[in-house]
Design a protein around this ligand. Structure first.
Ligand SMILES: C[S@@+](CC[C@H](N)C(=O)[O-])C[C@H]1O[C@@H](n2cnc3c(N)ncnc32)[C@H](O)[C@@H]1O
Length: 358
């Protein structure tokens, strides 16, 4: 199909729309959505009338694609969204959808597509509707148990891998691991590292465990806990965190994000800085000498986070922009020489297994 768009991220790659800002693929246009208005599907499935269009059961995938596009017209990129949903329904990749457009999907597929289009039309994140999200080079299981991993969070992975370069068996902690996105990306791209993913929410931790199984990441351990409490006396060469950092009532938060994504993953105290504050204050106790702390934050929190890191005694404090040019992550380094966890614990890597992970 000549007009097929090239394969691109389902998560709005490189758009730089953080949690605290309008998220590109979830943004509904201002005009009133006409999604599924007047949709009527007959119980025997022989004929469906959706938004005034007749869709016959014998219709081809091409006709269904046109129908889905029309139903999702209120979204920013209805064509791309319709292609993702139809490809998932047919069990193929979006890039190969063009080869399937003459097929006539059966009633089960029709029903599944209709449900998916309805969910997306109500504003549910595409990643939840599809049950998967792209992050880094991973295809992660994704649902309402955890935040949809954002493209701008890949900055933490990129920066983290830079910090780990040349280290032989570094220990890494990902605080608030959610779906396990950052932890898995680091564990896979730095196979010599031992990575610990910490998460307070049991359901999110289960999702992270599913993703760990999906990628057979034997160098990733998951633990339920509260930020650095789960690290106890361990010393980490790298601690990364993408904590909640939105203030309740922040008008920049897209309503669909607040409606569908876990609030524990979004909101952090009256100023949005509560989680960042807790992490930065405690981080020096969890870092190995010359270890790095890297935190994601909203663009307007960059100077506050740099201040917190300097106050906590970290050096080489700096902020990096995401691909959209927004100050998105700030990092700092612990002192080179410092008392830290015992050599025995460092050698065995013990101190992060608490038996309460999935
Ligand atoms: C913004 S989400 C980030 C999820 C994932 N790391 C990512 O980048 O997609 C923040 C995560 O921190 C978790 N969280 C919130 N408070 C926590 C706490 N006190 N200790 C550990 N995790 C916490 C939330 O449940 C959520 O999964």
């Amino acid at each position: 199909m000549a007009e097929m768009e090239p394969e691109r991220s389902r998560n709005g790659r490189a758009m730089g729309g953080g949690i605290g800002e309008t998220y590109p693929l979830q943004r509904l246009r201002r005009r009133r959505p006409r999604l599924l208005r007047g949709s009527q599907w007959t119980s025997n499935g022989t004929k469906a009338v959706c938004a005034g269009r007749a869709v016959n059961r014998a219709n081809s995938a091409a006709a269904l694609l046109r129908w889905a596009c029309a139903e999702l017209a209120a979204l920013d990129d209805p064509r791309a969204e319709a292609e993702w949903l139809l490809a998932a329904t047919l069990g193929c990749r979006r890039a190969t959808l063009h080869a399937r457009l003459q097929e006539c999907p059966d009633e089960t597929a029709l029903q599944r597509l209709r449900e998916r289009v309805e969910r997306r039309g109500r504003g549910e994140p595409l990643a939840y509707v599809l049950g998967s999200a792209e992050f880094w080079n991973l295809d992660l299981a994704c649902d309402a148990r955890a935040l949809v991993p954002r493209p701008e969070t890949e900055l933490l992975v990129e920066w983290g891998l830079e910090c780990l370069r040349g280290r032989t068996a570094p220990r890494v902690a990902d605080l608030g691991t959610g779906s396990g996105a950052i932890a898995l990306a680091l564990a896979r791209d730095c196979p010599q590292a031992f990575v610990l993913g910490v998460e307070r929410d049991a359901a999110a931790l289960q999702l992270a465990a599913e993703n760990r199984r999906r990628y057979r990441a034997t160098n990733l351990t998951l633990s339920r806990g509260d930020w650095l409490d789960a690290l106890r006396a361990s010393s980490f060469e790298l601690i990364v965190a993408n904590p909640p950092y939105v203030a309740p009532g922040d008008p920049r938060l897209a309503p669909e994000v607040a409606r569908f994504e876990p609030h524990a993953a979004l909101f952090a105290g009256a100023d949005g800085l509560a989680a960042l504050r807790a992490i930065v204050v405690a981080a020096p106790h969890g870092l190995a000498p010359a270890g790095w702390l890297l935190c994601e934050h909203a663009p307007d929190q960059a100077s506050a986070v740099r201040g917190l890191m300097i106050e906590a005694g970290l050096s080489e404090v700096s902020t990096r922009p995401d691909l959209a040019g927004h100050p998105r992550a700030t990092g700092g380094r612990s002192a080179l020489l410092r008392e830290h966890a015992s050599p025995a614990r460092r050698a065995t890597g013990r101190g992060w297994h608490h038996g309460n992970g999935p």
